[in-house]
Design a protein around this ligand. Structure first.
Ligand SMILES: [Zn+2]
Length: 242
């Protein structure tokens, strides 16, 4: 049983094959006006996503909003199919939009970064470096903006992991969707992972910003749900970073 309020459905699936066996947690937000999906997994997994949504009584075509927390491949992977099948409004921060739209090469798929991966994973990511999933961003989200879905969502600009990373805070429920600004590992909420963070200094400033929200629960795209009592742990992480 999820400890989270009914409106928040945390999905879970693994990468498409062994070399990319990273577990991801897109989030479905239920709303009478139409559901919102936050992030989409690695490319080639739209059927998995469709099936998981159906388990929560939602057809992919019903999605009204698609929020991409940032440009990384494991977040935007199935966004083109989701957008075209649903007609959902695609939302992201303006700093990451040119990458999501395919005008610029995804920052984490640079030649130098790929060179550090094991061969099988490198081959997988290389093919997507050349033909990235592209989707038009129909709405730029700004820091502090409020979205009417799921009882009210505050957009929190949390750069560092990428220049345009966003988090979402469900104020009424005190649930923070932190994307990759934080991770849960070994059952513990942890700060940004340096090896995948483009600007660590900025990322730590973003953690301080998230701590100030005092969420009860945090949902990390990698690691899932942490809480209750997330606020105290977040304060600890923010204090260690100083
Ligand atoms: Zn990620």
């Amino acid at each position: 049983m999820s400890p989270l309020p009914e409106v928040v459905r945390v999905l879970q699936f693994e990468g498409p094959f062994r070399a990319t066996r990273v577990t991801v947690h897109p989030v479905l937000l239920q709303d009478p006006q139409g559901p919102m999906l936050v992030d989409t997994g690695l490319p080639g997994q739209v059927d998995t996503l469709r099936q998981l949504l159906a388990e929560h009584g939602i057809q992919l075509a019903q999605l009204r909003w698609l929020v991409l927390t940032h440009q990384d491949l494991d977040h935007i992977g199935n966004a083109p199919q989701v957008a075209s099948e649903s007609g959902a409004q695609v939302c992201a921060h303006a700093e990451d939009a040119p990458f999501i739209e395919g005008h610029r090469l995804l920052l984490k798929l640079s030649v130098q970064r790929l060179a550090s991966l094991p061969p099988e994973a490198r081959a997988f990511f290389q093919q997507w470096a050349h033909h990235p999933p592209r989707v038009r961003v129909s709405r730029y989200l700004q820091d502090g903006e409020r979205l009417p879905t799921a009882g009210g969502i505050r957009v929190v600009y949390t750069p560092g992991h990428t220049p345009g990373h966003l988090s979402l805070y469900l104020e009424a429920h005190r649930v923070l969707l932190a994307g990759d600004a934080l991770v849960v590992a070994d059952g513990q909420l942890q700060g940004p992972r340096p090896e995948v963070t483009l600007n660590m200094e900025e990322a730590l400033r973003s953690v301080a910003k998230l701590a100030a929200l005092e969420p009860e629960y945090v949902v990390c795209y990698h690691g899932g749900v942490f809480g209750p009592g997330a606020a105290a742990r977040l304060r600890e992480i923010a204090a260690q970073a100083k």
